[in-house]
Design a protein around this ligand. Structure first.
Ligand code: FEO
Ligand code: CA
Ligand code: CA
Ligand code: CA
Length: 697
């Protein structure tokens, strides 16, 4: 894409035990997963024994969603072009790749969003801000479920933008979970009130908000009451589609069809598709279901355990107010969560669809690459220690034309295809994988891999499981075929130009045996894998891989930054969400920094002299996680998730007052960052395309 210099674009944005997370985070976010035994007891190769893409739908469909990277010229983030080689954290500009020539910030532990010198920021939207026309302003002391249903939800995570019309974007956000302890006055965890529970139902889910870009620089402003603004929450209707829809194990007393589900839960990251829809991933759904301990059926129990569904009363006690959260009353309701959901944000009356062909696990994200023949491939991570990395290949091909027929065609892409799980092999001798990050004698943690077929349509490739069972209990299928146990596969993103796939492996304190793809024991800081499909064919069944980053403090000998000089690297810990900029750089946001500082956003070059030189761009307030990064030419956006989520914090005594300051309660929010100064570069081609691959002609 050629930069349209001088043409002012209005569409510029356009992805200790619990690390350092507080106990509260662990309790509310994932139901204390770390306190339980890892649910994967398959004994699969945990490897020691193997050795061996803001676009409009129209623009997207016309192929102008091009990866934007090439030839994009001098971008916002690259305007600082001095070439001194200063260390990160000194506040100095430094020699860096195009798009990364900002002065890296030092690690921060203050209750603010910290950004580099020469940049400004604002809060785009906060928990409780009105979205729908009739929604009231936020009033922390007088919250109601009805108000929350029209307001921006809690704990924003995934963030994505589509162009709606010139100067206007649709902003899509997930609301992963709620922190009742710091949301509600006088919260009693033993006795939540019905209204508190219903507010939490409404604060979960998803938001679509139209936003208007300012004419020059600056951020974006929500358009309250826009006709396409929507809230999806725990009582919104969703449709189950694909091969497991209508199966007996997804039927409930309220839905004997097994096709209509109320709600989406624990939506973590996701992706935008080249055909103009939004994918959102249901992650730690297990924690909302009560009384697993009372289930006696052995097979049912095994399935529940494999998904971490355990205990008696659930933490939020929703089962007191709706039987579907009680496994003794509605044993199948839990099977209706843990899916990838597809939403058409351009149709304000569309029903979101839970796509069962993509399998059921603790989905982190779903990101799309289109093969040369037009078939679409979705890469999928399962966010749990020792769990697996998957992909889905459609049978149908994407229709790049406009109109109803194309829409109907593309609506089926994620219902009919083949689901695979990854098995990795290292190419270095087992004895050379010491567990402390020391490179093996070939100077790389690398090797090959195999995509193992699990199911295709109605056909199962897993002994002892029907295809429907494979989709419903995908983790068990992965166990049976010998998939490789990974260190928490979170976001996975195919590079829009090279097609290389980047997989964030956040951490795994429980790893005792190092293997080449997960080469550190007690992996507290996580790593990033680079996966390259053989013959550059995403529909194929084999791949190569190497470890791009072993995260941590660069002074720690166990770290590795693609061979870069560690003096030039910012400390980074617990990679979680990924995206790309218009120059093809990778951006990483973190969840659980173990290095004594807060989570942040980092940019790193993937190619050239600066490959591996991680540079910190932003840091978030007390208790917060950095999520949903979206990096465009003129603006960078992040979701600041769970500010103030620390042990001992309460509504009455919060540990963070971000963003409103004073004595206010913390409010999860979307933040925009832009560059200031005379040398501001505006008028570039929009590059939401950065995160979406160009379609084949
Ligand atoms: Fe919700 Fe995998 O982080
Ligand atoms: Ca090797
Ligand atoms: Ca995440
Ligand atoms: Ca995370």
């Amino acid at each position: 894409m050629t930069a349209a210099r001088g043409r002012r674009s209005l569409l510029p944005m356009f992805t200790p035990k619990h690390a350092n997370r507080s106990s509260l985070t662990c309790l509310m976010r994932c139901g204390n997963a770390c306190d339980h035994q890892p649910p994967n007891k398959s004994g699969n190769d945990y490897f020691g024994n193997i050795l061996t893409s803001a676009l409009s739908r129209r623009k997207v469909l016309k192929g102008t969603a091009a990866a934007g990277a090439a030839g994009a010229g001098t971008m916002l983030l690259s305007a600082c072009t001095s070439d001194n080689d200063d260390e990160p954290g000194t506040g100095e500009k430094a020699g860096a790749a195009d798009g990364l020539r900002f002065p890296p910030i030092a690690p921060s532990a203050i209750d603010e969003v910290v950004i580099p010198d020469g940049y400004e920021q604002n809060v785009v939207i906060r928990w409780g801000d009105p979205i729908l026309a009739d929604a009231p302003e936020f009033d922390a002391a007088n919250q109601t479920a009805q108000a929350q249903q029209g307001q921006f939800g809690y704990n924003c995570d995934f963030l994505g933008f589509f162009e709606l019309e010139a100067g206007t974007q649709l902003m899509m956000t997930n609301h992963e979970y709620t922190d009742e302890y710091i949301m509600f006055p006088d919260y009693d965890a033993q006795n939540p009130t019905e209204e508190q529970v219903k507010i939490a139902w409404a604060a979960h889910g998803l938001s679509v908000v139209a936003v208007e870009a300012q004419e020059s620089g600056g951020s974006v402003t929500p358009i309250v009451g826009h006709e396409l603004n929507r809230r999806f929450h725990t009582t919104t209707e969703f449709q189950l589609t694909g091969p497991a829809a209508g199966h007996d194990l997804v039927k409930t007393s309220a839905d004997p069809s097994g096709e209509i589900v109320l709600g989406t839960l624990n939506n973590c990251a996701g992706g935008l598709t080249p055909w103009g829809t939004w994918l959102t991933a249901e992650e730690n759904f297990n924690q909302y279901f009560a009384n697993a301990d009372k289930v006696t059926d052995k097979a049912v129990k095994e399935r529940l355990e494999r998904y971490g569904v355990s205990g008696e009363a659930s933490e939020r006690q929703w089962e007191k107010f709706d039987d579907r959260f009680d496994l003794t009353k509605e044993p199948n309701e839990v099977n209706r969560f843990g899916w990838i959901v597809e939403i058409d944000p351009f149709d304000g009356s569309s029903t979101p669809k839970k796509r069962t062909a993509l399998g059921r696990f603790k989905h982190e994200a779903a990101t799309i690459r289109v093969a040369d023949d037009g078939r679409v491939v979705a890469y999928l991570g399962d966010d749990e220690v020792f769990d697996y990395f998957y992909k889905y290949v459609s049978n149908g091909t994407v229709d790049t034309s406009d109109g109803a027929a194309a829409k109907e065609n593309n609506d089926k892409l994620l219902d009919d295809g083949t689901l695979y799980v990854a098995k990795f092999s290292g190419n270095s001798p087992e004895a050379e994988i010491s567990g402390d990050g020391t490179l093996p004698s070939d100077d790389a943690f690398d090797g090959t891999g195999e995509w193992i077929k699990l199911a295709s349509g109605d056909e199962s490739f897993v002994e002892g499981m029907t295809a429907e069972e494979v989709y419903l209990f995908t983790r068990l299928a992965g166990d049976k075929v010998g998939a490789t146990q990974m260190d928490r596969p979170e976001d996975v993103e195919p590079h829009p130009e090279t097609g290389h796939i980047y997989l964030a492996l956040t951490n795994n304190k429980d790893r005792e045996v190092a293997e080449e793809p997960n080469p550190r024991t007690s992996n507290k800081d996580g790593h990033v894998l680079e996966v390259i499909e053989d013959d550059d064919d995403p529909t194929g069944e084999s791949f190569g891989w190497n470890i791009f980053l072993l995260c941590g403090d660069p002074s720690d000998a166990s770290t590795y930054f693609a061979g870069a000089d560690k003096e030039k690297v910012s400390p980074i810990s617990c990679p979680d969400n990924l995206t790309f900029d218009a120059h093809g750089n990778l951006w990483i946001s973190t969840d659980g920094n173990t290095l004594g500082a807060h989570d942040g956003l980092y940019g790193v070059a993937l190619e050239g002299d600066y490959r591996g030189e991680v540079r910190q761009f932003l840091s978030v307030p007390v208790g917060a996680e950095t999520c949903g990064p979206w990096v465009a030419n003129e603006r960078v956006f992040v979701c600041v998730q769970h500010p103030g989520e620390t042990d001992e914090a309460t509504f009455e005594a919060p540990s963070s007052h971000w963003p409103d300051g004073g004595d206010s309660v913390p409010r999860p929010s979307v933040v925009g960052v832009w560059r200031t100064g005379d040398d501001i570069e505006i008028g570039m081609e929009q590059t939401a395309a950065d995160v979406i691959q160009e379609l084949p002609a």
